[in-house]
Design a protein around this ligand. Sequence first.
Ligand code: SF4
Length: 402
Amino acid sequence: MIFSLASRILRTVDPKCLANVAWNFGFKGARSVMLYKKRMKQGIHFPPFLYISILNSCNLRCQGCWVDVEAPRNAIDLDTLNRTVNDAREHGNSFFGILGGEPFMHPELLDFLAQHPDSYFQIFTNGQLITEKVARALRQLGNATPLVSIEGSSTVSDERRGNKDVLNRTLRGLQNCLEQKLLTGVATSLCKTNIDDLLNEVWLDKLISMGVHYTWYHTYRPVGPKICGELALTPEQIKDVRRFIVTQRAKKPIAIVDAYYGHDGHSLCPMATGISHHVSPGGDIEPCPIIQFATENIKDSRGVYETFTSSAFLKDFRETAAQHTRGCIVLERPDLVKQLAEKHGAKDTTQRQTAMAEIESMTPRGSQWIKEENIGEIHWMYWLAKRFFYQDFGVYQKDTTR
Ligand code: SF4
């Protein structure tokens, strides 16, 4: 698997993009995780992976979206984005996740990327605004990988994303990325309406034949103003997803990403481990994208490193989550999210100002924590990568060690 995956990437990705991902994400990304582990021992938590929602606007209306896509545009200005990345880089970070809304609707996105040639960016996008011209500009920059979301067949895509001809328009953007030899990924938020179409070898083979280099399987999070709870996967389906991923990783020449399990199959929450936190379109520092409460903002004069590392709110969220679940505190214990937000007098970071009502209306449900068994990595490369750079870093208490 490794040789065919590596040769495919070497043959189909622009050399400048390759050098960038190897150095700014591979080497410097690993170094930022080692630095994070070292700081943790001193009780300092600064996430090596910052996820920034640079604006709220989007051209689609997805089921279960928690972003204020219908509200007036709220975008982080270029100066604030640059200050945030510069400060984080000064403290050892080099990788940033760029989200929205739809990031390519931000008029300064390409200027922003151009001002950080020694950092690497993963752009979470629906792909529809990636024209040939935009893809060519990304190739010249070389420091970003588009992660294009596909949510199902043509019919399901229109239904899931609240628009017409969604899949074709996304595939056009994806094709532009591949033709410009960008390192390109496809993400899916697995739910009841797309799991049969997208969690199988036929789909992975289709992605490989299209030239896609990696895929990221998320599991649908029923949150936000319109939660569509009926789309959420069953515990059995969540187990199927995990088994499928570890099995196909050892077979298919396509890299498969997940964010919820360590090398030994123990489930984890990226927020609770502190490896990532989120910045909202308003600049608010949130524990993670679906916890829409905050007590700090990146515009804070102290700078992001000082603001993150001194946040009692983030610390309390990480520790409370790790004490109570190896899964998702929002899905399994919305009561604790409410408690923590009230305890810290956290502000509702949404423009719709209904985050607390949404949390109060949630019914606890299962998440990625598969209590009865740990489905560990089969392939040594993934086992090693996770063992040293992506696991729970020992944050979980005794009674959540199972
Ligand atoms: S709280 Fe839930 S959604 Fe947020 S990072 Fe943890 S598992 Fe993911």
